[in-house]
Design a protein around this ligand. Structure first.
Ligand SMILES: Nc1ncnc2c1ncn2[C@@H]1O[C@H](COP(=O)(O)OP(=O)(O)OP(=O)(O)O)[C@@H](O)[C@H]1O
Length: 334
């Protein structure tokens, strides 16, 4: 079990991580979502023992992880971090990059394990090529194969999905889930894009200005975001002031500036709708339409419609939503 206890990291005047406590259990995938500069990479480097904490500790199975100032070789043998730049050795093949991680093992075991990793990471076709001769997705999978070669207790990943196309993202997603399931690895990754985090994580955390403001099951965080930032980081959100909700048929007792979040899929087209507006944009998303509607000068809404609906820009439409789909958040700033 990897744990951070009130972790703080300052660089001079800048405090990148502010009192983060979290636990990742064996066989668990945890995704940390945050905007650029929210402290994601700093957090990963601290968890890997590659940065000295200003305050607080990181522990693996209750044993404190030493920072780089306390040991000759920074890091911990059971914690592996896959950087965004992959950091592969350029002059040897994909296969040799993976085998290098196992150089201290007996040759027979080394060959067996390299073969296993090449299969797990779907690298059969490119194993004899140099890193510069393979795609970004293949480089990413090579870096992951190398990191997990020695079956580390913890795998840390910096933006594992950000540079990949959809098929490669799906491959990495299912590969990570297989790995975590089969080898009981604890996996922590950071990202600014919620889509993959929501779909593969057992739990997600929201980092805002170095603070972990919310942690929970993806569905709970998505449905009940702590504040406007958490709502926007986890997907499309209508952020609506309390004073505008009565116009939409929602009666409540909140202060006029209180903020509510309504997810687009909770607003529906309706001929007998309690409210409505003018369609400003219609985006075809394949399985559904994302429709932007101007209700009045102050309120613009986004909702999801079935892709077969005939909705035109400029059209007046009726809408409805249920009071249960309104989630009230902390703070009144967007
Ligand atoms: N070595 C450093 N020296 C000074 N400031 C730093 C250093 N590393 C990070 N910071 C600052 O700490 C804050 C958090 O940085 P960090 O790289 O952890 O954010 P991030 O969420 O990973 O951002 P991105 O998504 O853009 O990579 C930023 O304000 C950054 O400028």
């Amino acid at each position: 079990m990897l744990e951070s206890i009130h972790l703080v990291k300052s660089f001079g005047d800048v405090t990148a991580v502010r009192g983060v406590s979290l636990v990742i259990k064996p066989g668990e995938v945890v995704g940390l979502i945050g905007a650029s500069g929210s402290g994601k990479s700093t957090m990963l480097n601290l968890m890997a023992g590659l940065l000295d904490a200003t305050e607080g500790v990181v522990q693996l199975n209750n044993e404190r992880i030493k920072g780089p100032s306390e040991q000759l070789v920074p890091g911990h043998p059971h914690i592996k971090l896959v950087h965004q730049e992959y950091q592969l050795m350029p002059h040897v093949s994909v296969r040799e990059n993976i085998a290098y991680a196992l150089r201290f093992y007996e040759k027979r075991y080394q060959d067996f394990r390299v073969e296993q990793l090449i299969n797990l990471c779907r690298l059969e076709a490119v194993q004899h090529r140099l890193p510069r001769q393979v795609s970004g997705g293949e480089k990413q999978r090579t870096a992951i194969a190398r990191a997990i070669a020695e079956k580390p207790a913890v795998l840390l990943l910096d933006e594992p999905f950000s540079h990949l196309d959809l098929p490669n993202r799906e491959l990495i997603r299912s590969m990570l889930l297989d790995l975590v399931r089969n080898e009981k690895t604890a996996c922590l990754f950071v990202t600014h894009d919620a889509t993959d985090a929501l779909s593969i994580s057992h739990r997600i955390g929201i980092l805002q200005d170095g603070q972990l403001i919310q942690m929970g099951a993806p569905m709970d965080v998505y449905r009940r975001p702590y504040n406007a930032y958490a709502a926007q980081m986890t997907g499309p959100a209508n952020l609506i002031r309390a004073k505008h909700l009565p116009l939409m048929g929602i009666i409540h007792a909140y202060q006029p500036n209180a903020l509510a979040c309504v997810r687009p899929e909770n607003i529906r087209l309706s001929d007998r709708g309690r409210f409505g507006g003018t369609v400003r944009n219609v985006f075809f998303k394949g399985a559904y339409l994302e429709v932007e509607v101007e209700m009045n000068r102050f309120v613009n809404l986004t909702f999801i419609a079935a892709s077969h609906e005939k909705i035109k820009v400029g059209q007046l439409i009726g809408l409805e939503m249920s009071p249960e789909s309104v989630h009230w958040m902390r703070g009144s700033s967007v």
